[in-house]
Ligand binder design. Structure first.
Ligand code: ADP
Ligand code: ZN
Ligand code: ZN
Length: 806
C-alpha cells in the first residue's frame, strides 16, 4: 500500500499535512489535486509527498483525483512549504497561490430530514420553523436556514434535530466556477465554389441558408455559431438544414478568453546596447547560461529612470528563450504599468501572458492553462504572477523592486515577492533581476555585502533628456515673509509659466493613511516619541498625541518645544483642499484629480491618464499614483506640495519612502523636449532624504540611512514581525495582546534567546477599522519564524513576518 501526505483545504489544518492511503485503482502523484475525507466532510487537497508508511495511522482512503495530471511541480511544492514555514501561514494557503484560478471551492452544508417523524406538537417555535422549511424544500443550504433563524439559533436548532436523528447534514463542494470553454463551429464540407453555386440555387426558397453559405464561402475555415448568427442572422433550423444537405459540418473546439487581445502591438526589434547596458548585460547572460541557482545569479540592477533597464530585461528574456527557457516579469501594479506590458508584447508577440485580479475569472483560467502548457515566453503580472505555472523557468524579473506592493498584506501568506523570488531562483536555478532607480535599503545592503550582484546604469540613455533641476523651497521662510498659502511663490510662478507656455504640471501630495502629525511651521520641529524616535500621531477625539509603536501618550504642546513659537500646527492636507486652493489662484486653469477617491468615483486610471495625455487638463493633482512610471512629454513642472507628510509617517521607513517618492516624482518632469523643473516644498529642507533626492544621489541617501538603521537597530540589522489582534472590543483586544506578549517573553526566557525584544502592545497605526479594533505587538530579533512557530496564537491573530508598514 502507498500513502500520501496531503495538504487539505480546511482552516483547521493550519500548517499540518495529513496521511491518506491511496486505493489501488488510483494513480496519485506529488502535486496532484485530490478529494479527501476530512472529518465528516469531503474537501480538496494537494498531495505534497508520497510514502510507503504513513506519518499517522489509521489512515482513510483518498476519495478521488480532481485532475488526472499534477497541478503543481515538485519545486512549487517546495516553494509553498518554504512560504508556509517562513511566513507562518497555513500550507494550503501557500499552495493555493499556485493553483489554477477558481480552483478553490468551499464546502457547502445542506440539511435534510430523515425518515423519523417528530412529535410536531412538542417542537419549539424555532424547531417548528426549521421543520416546515425542510419539509417544504427537502435539502436546504445552511445559509438559507441562517437567513431564517439567524446564525446562532440555526446552529442550535440543527444540532438538536441531528442529535435526535430527525435530520442529517450533508457536505458538498460548491459548484465548479470555471472550466475550459468549448464552442460550436461550422465549416464548409464542400469547395467554396460548390457552396456558392448552392447558395445561388437556394436564394429564393431558402434565403437564410443562402446567406450562410455565401458567408462561409467568402471566408476561410471555421466560423463560430455566434459569429454566424451575428453576421447572417441564421438560426438552428438553417444550420440543421445545411447539415442534412451535407454542405457543412460542425465541430467543437476550445476557445481561449484572451485578455491581451485589445493591445495592438507593433513588433519591436532589440536595440544596440550602450556600453553601460552591455556591461550590465554580460554577467546576466553568463548566469542564464550557467543556470546554477546560487548567489551568482541574483542581480540588483540599479539604474536611474530612463537608463535602459527595461531594454535589458527584454534582451535577457530573449537570451533565456534562446536557451529554451521561460520567464516571469513582475510589475508593481498592473493598472499603472500598461507601457511595460506593451513593450513585452511588442518584442514577444503572442508569447506574453498577463495574470492579475482585474481579469475575468475565465480569462485568468485560460491564461493559466496556456502558461502551464508552455505556450508563453513570459508571464507579466503583479506579485502573484510569481506563482504562475511557468515551466522551465530561466529568468525572473522584478521591476521597481522597492515598491511596497510586492508585499502581500491582506490574506496569508503575507509574503514578499522579492524574497519569495530569491527562494524560487534558488530552487529552479533561474536568474533573478531586481531593477530599481531607488532600491530598497535591504536589497542594496545585500548587494553591498555580496549576497546579490550589483549592476549600475548611472546615466539616462538619451543624452538630450538630462535629470530635471530640483528646487527645494523652505516653507518656514515663506511664512516669515508673510506667505500663508500652501504654495510657495516659486511654485506659483512655475504654474503661471506652465499655463502661459501651454505646458502641463503635476502637483503631488503624499497623503497615506489618515495620520496627522504636529509640526512647527517656524522651525520645522516635529513632535516625536522619546522612546522610538518616530513622529507621534494626533488623535482628535481624545485631543492627545500617541506613539503607535510603544503606546506612549502625551498632551499636544501649545508652543514648540524647540523654538517656543506658537505656530505649531497639524499637518494633513488632502487633495480636495489643494484642488480648491489651486482653482482659487488660477480660475482659468483646467484641473484633473487623480487619487483613489477620483478613481473610485467614475474614472479608471486609464481614463484619467488619457485625459491628461490628450491635454484636456493643465494641472494634474494627485497622490502616489501620479508618481509611477508615466511618460508625459508636456509635463515641465512637478510640484511636491509638502514632502513632510511622508517624512513624518510613524514608521522607521519614512525617510526611505520619502526619498523614493521624491525621486520618482522628479523623474516625471522634463521627459519631452522642454527642460523640466521640480519644486519640493518642505519645513525640513535640511533633511538628508530631501537633499539627496534633490541631487538624484542614491548613494548619499543610502549611506546616511543605513547608518541610522545600524544605530537604531532597525532592519536590515534586525528582523521584525508584527502580531496583530483584531476584535470588536477594544479592552478585550488590549488584554489579549498583553497575554500573548507575556507568553512570548516567557518563551524567550525559557529558551534563552538574548537578542529578542518586544515593542508594545500598542494600538495599531490604524487602530479602528470597520468597527473592529487592532492591537499590535512588534517582535524584534533574528530568525523570528522559527521562534514564533512555537507560540500558539488563538483565533483573531494575524502574524506578519518582515512587515513593510508599521
Ligand atoms: P528604464 O527602464 O530604465 O526606465 P528604458 O529601458 O525604458 O529605461 O529606456 C528609456 C528609453 O531609452 C526608452 O525609450 C528606450 O526605448 C530607450 N533606450 C533604451 N536602451 C536604448 C539603447 N540601447 N539605444 C537606444 N535607445 C534606448
Ligand atoms: Zn519650533
Ligand atoms: Zn514610542
Amino acid at each position: 500500500m502507498k500513502y500520501a501526505e496531503v495538504s487539505v483545504n480546511a482552516p483547521a489544518a493550519q500548517r499540518q499535512t495529513f496521511s491518506y492511503s491511496i486505493p489501488s485503482e488510483l494513480t496519485v502523484d506529488v502535486g496532484q489535486a485530490v478529494y479527501v475525507p476530512f472529518g465528516q466532510k469531503t474537501v480538496q487537497g494537494i498531495v505534497v509527498e508520497l510514502a510507503d508508511v504513513p506519518v499517522f495511522e489509521p489512515t482513510r482512503d483518498i476519495t478521488g483525483v480532481i485532475d488526472s495530471h499534477p497541478l503543481l511541480s515538485a519545486k512549487q511544492i517546495l516553494l509553498a512549504k518554504w512560504l508556509g514555514d517562513y511566513y507562518l501561514s497555513p500550507l494550503f494557503d501557500a499552495l493555493a497561490l499556485m493553483l489554477p484560478p477558481g480552483f478553490e471551492r468551499r464546502v457547502l452544508t445542506t440539511v435534510s430530514l430523515t425518515h423519523c417523524q417528530p412529535d410536531t406538537a412538542a417542537l419549539t417555535e424555532n424547531q417548528q420553523k426549521l421543520f416546515e422549511l425542510l419539509q417544504r424544500k427537502g435539502a436546504v443550504r445552511l445559509n438559507e436556514i441562517e437567513a431564517l433563524l439567524g446564525k446562532r439559533r440555526s446552529a442550535t436548532t440543527i444540532g438538536q434535530f441531528v442529535g435526535r436523528g430527525l435530520a442529517e447534514r450533508q457536505y458538498q463542494l460548491e459548484r465548479i466556477k470555471v472550466k475550459t470553454l468549448f464552442q460550436q463551429f461550422i465549416r464548409l464540407k464542400v469547395d467554396a465554389a460548390v457552396a456558392a453555386a448552392a447558395a445561388e440555387k437556394s436564394v429564393k426558397k431558402a434565403p437564410g441558408q443562402a446567406a450562410l453559405l455565401k458567408y462561409l464561402a467568402a471566408g476561410t475555415g471555421a466560423v463560430s455559431f455566434a459569429e454566424a448568427r451575428l453576421k447572417t442572422n441564421c438560426n438552428k433550423t438553417t444550420i440543421d438544414a445545411l447539415l442534412r444537405k451535407e454542405l457543412i459540418t460542425t465541430e467543437t473546439a476550445e476557445v481561449r478568453r484572451e485578455p491581451l487581445s485589445h493591445y495592438q502591438v507593433q513588433l519591436s526589434q532589440p536595440l544596440n546596447l550602450t556600453d553601460a547596458q552591455e556591461a550590465a548585460f554580460k554577467p546576466i547572460q553568463l548566469s542564464l547560461h550557467n543556470n546554477e541557482g546560487t548567489k551568482a545569479s541574483l542581480f540588483l540592477l540599479h539604474g536611474v529612470t530612463a537608463s535602459g533597464k527595461t531594454e535589458i530585461y527584454l534582451q535577457a528574456l530573449a537570451e533565456a528563450v534562446k536557451l529554451g527557457k521561460k520567464g516571469i516579469a513582475l510589475v508593481p501594479e498592473i493598472a499603472l504599468t500598461p507601457q511595460t506590458i506593451e513593450r513585452f508584447s511588442a518584442r514577444f508577440p503572442g508569447r506574453v501572458a498577463v495574470l492579475h485580479s482585474e481579469l475575468k475569472l475565465g480569462e485568468r483560467f485560460d491564461e493559466w492553462q496556456r502558461i502551464k502548457k508552455g505556450e508563453v515566453d513570459v508571464v507579466v503580472g503583479p506579485r502573484s504572477a510569481l506563482f504562475a505555472p511557468q515551466p522551465d523557468l530561466g529568468l525572473i524579473i522584478i521591476d521597481e523592486e522597492h515598491e511596497w506592493t510586492y508585499k502581500q498584506t491582506e490574506q496569508p501568506p503575507l509574503y514578499h515577492a522579492r524574497d519569495a523570488a530569491v527562494k524560487l531562483a534558488e530552487l529552479t536555478g533561474a536568474t533573478l533581476i531586481m531593477g530599481s532607480a531607488t532600491p530598497s535599503l535591504e536589497t542594496y545592503y545585500h548587494a553591498t555585502k555580496g549576497d546579490y550582484r550589483l549592476l549600475a546604469l548611472p546615466e539616462r540613455v538619451t543624452i538630450n533628456a538630462p535629470m530635471p533641476e530640483v528646487k527645494v523651497v523652505d516653507m518656514r521662510e515663506e511664512l516669515k515673509t508673510g506667505n500663508r498659502s500652501v504654495f510657495s511663490r516659486k511654485l506659483i510662478q512655475g504654474l503661471e509659466k506652465v499655463l502661459a507656455n501651454k505646458e502641463q504640471a503635476i502637483l503631488f501630495l503624499n497623503r497615506r493613511g489618515s495620520a496627522t502629525t504636529i509640526e512647527c511651521r517656524n522651525c520645522g520641529f516635529v513632535i516625536k516619541c522619546k522612546n522610538c524616535e518616530i513622529p507621534m500621531t494626533y488623535h482628535l477625539n481624545s485631543d492627545s498625541l500617541l506613539c503607535h509603536r510603544c503606546n506612549n501618550k502625551m498632551k499636544p504642546p501649545q508652543v514648540c518645544p524647540n523654538c517656543l513659537s506658537r505656530r505649531i500646527r497639524y499637518l494633513g492636507t488632502g487633495t480636495e483642499k489643494i484642488n480648491e486652493e489651486v482653482q482659487a489662484l488660477f480660475p482659468q486653469a483646467r484641473l484633473l484629480r487623480w487619487d483613489s477617491d477620483a478613481v473610485r468615483a467614475d474614472n479608471s486610471h486609464h481614463d484619467i491618464l488619457n485625459k491628461f495625455r490628450n491635454y484636456e487638463a493643465d494641472f494634474l493633482i494627485g497622490t502616489q499614483m501620479v508618481a509611477k512610471g508615466l511618460d508625459l512629454p508636456l509635463v515641465t513642472l512637478v510640484g511636491v506640495v509638502l514632502a513632510d507628510t511622508s517624512l513624518n509617517l510613524p514608521d522607521f521607513r519614512a525617510g526611505e519612502r520619502t526619498f523614493q517618492l521624491l525621486c520618482q516624482v522628479a523623474g516625471r518632469a522634463g521627459r519631452g523636449r522642454s527642460e523640466g523643473q521640480v519644486v519640493i516644498q518642505t519645513y525640513n529642507p535640511d533633511h538628508y532624504a530631501v537633499l539627496a533626492a534633490a541631487k538624484h544621489d542614491y548613494r548619499a541617501f543610502y549611506d546616511k540611512e543605513i547608518a541610522f538603521r545600524r544605530e537604531l537597530r532597525e532592519p536590515p540589522f534586525t528582523q521584525l514581525a508584527t502580531l496583530t489582534f483584531v476584535h470588536a472590543n477594544d479592552n478585550r483586544c488590549r488584554e489579549e495582546a498583553e497575554i500573548i506578549a507575556k507568553r512570548i517573553i516567557e518563551e524567550r526566557d525559557a529558551r534563552g534567546v538574548p537578542d529578542l525584544n518586544l515593542i508594545g502592545p500598542a494600538p495599531a497605526f490604524v487602530h479602528r477599522l470597520r468597527g473592529r479594533y487592532h492591537w499590535q505587538i512588534i517582535v524584534r530579533g533574528s530568525e523570528l519564524s522559527s521562534f514564533l512557530k512555537n507560540i500558539p496564537l488563538p483565533q483573531g491573530w494575524m502574524i506578519d513576518i518582515d512587515p513593510v508598514g508599521l
